[in-house]
Design a protein around this ligand. Structure first.
Ligand SMILES: C[S@@+](CC[C@H](N)C(=O)[O-])C[C@H]1O[C@@H](n2cnc3c(N)ncnc32)[C@H](O)[C@@H]1O
Length: 262
């Protein structure tokens, strides 16, 4: 009953993998001022990581987002055709020439890619030395594990030995724990398999704000005006993010094969 009431009315009757869901989610983000501020903060952190110099910037899985407001000339993309994207792109087969990208940016996408090894290899080919791959992804902590396994609709399987999961729909197929598995639990394996990707930053953050925002599936749970108060509360939790974070900013840079950045 409560769950039914909390579900966003605009999404009623829509399957999560239906492209119309993505269109509606865009509307939901724009209407929910609290949530929109979360995205703006994510986008500012991604934009701040961008290296200068040659090459295009690709956003993978743009979906309902609006990163192009923060990153000029961004190539927005999605695995299926939807409004506000420039190209249809599957992360496992990037339609770009070798070394032509300066950066690949993502919010909440990596954990939906069923074969991340194929994506990392393609990203290594397309991103030029000195370029980056930066993402905001769910992160595994004692707190987030409870939330993601009990309250979230996406699969969250930190115990699986595999980096792959069965390909289903683009949004329904997922393992929310995958970024943590690859970059934290199996970090040595990642560094062994993809030595040209150097992990620069893993910054766990945002324990509560996304949760109380209602996200892209629920009604707005918080008015926009108290965003600052929640940000202040989260700041107090800064020393304990390893226990409380629900997301992480992950930044990797592409070396040139001899350990150099450019
Ligand atoms: C949770 S949504 C995030 C959308 C948007 N970035 C946002 O933050 O609102 C995950 C996105 O990843 C996309 N996706 C899933 N598999 C993909 C793949 N193999 N290549 C590119 N994008 C993919 C989905 O279509 C979906 O739009």
């Amino acid at each position: 009953m409560v769950k039914q009431w909390l579900a966003h009315p605009l999404l009623r009757g829509l399957e999560v993998d239906d492209p119309r869901t993505t269109t509606v989610r865009r509307q939901i983000i724009q209407d929910n001022r609290f949530l929109r501020q979360i995205y703006e903060e994510w986008y500012a952190s991604l934009a701040a990581c961008l290296p200068v110099g040659a090459g295009h910037v690709l956003e993978l899985g743009s979906g309902a987002g609006f990163l192009s407001d923060a990153v000029p000339n961004l190539i927005t993309s999605e695995i299926f055709w939807c409004e506000h994207i420039r190209v249809v792109v599957d992360g496992r087969r990037l339609p770009f020439a070798t070394g032509t990208l300066r950066a690949i940016l993502m919010t909440d996408v990596l954990h939906h890619v069923p074969d991340v090894r194929a994506f990392f290899a393609e990203a290594e080919r397309c991103v030029r030395p000195g370029g980056i791959m930066a993402m905001i992804e769910p992160w595994m902590t004692r707190w987030s594990k409870v939330i993601y396994t009990r309250l979230h609709h996406e699969p969250f399987q930190p115990q699986t030995p595999d980096w792959e999961f069965p390909a289903q729909g683009p949004l329904s197929g997922a393992n929310g724990a995958l970024p943590w598995i690859v970059f934290e639990r199996d970090r040595a394996q990642f560094e062994h398999e993809f030595p040209q990707w150097r992990i620069d930053t893993i910054r766990p953050f945002m324990p509560f704000r996304y949760l109380v925002s209602g996200g892209v599936s629920l009604r707005a749970l918080m008015p926009g005006w108290n965003f600052g108060a929640w940000r202040g509360l989260e700041k107090m939790f800064e020393p304990w993010m390893k226990t409380w974070a629900m997301f992480a900013l992950i930044v990797l840079w592409r070396e040139d094969g001899q350990g150099n950045r450019a």
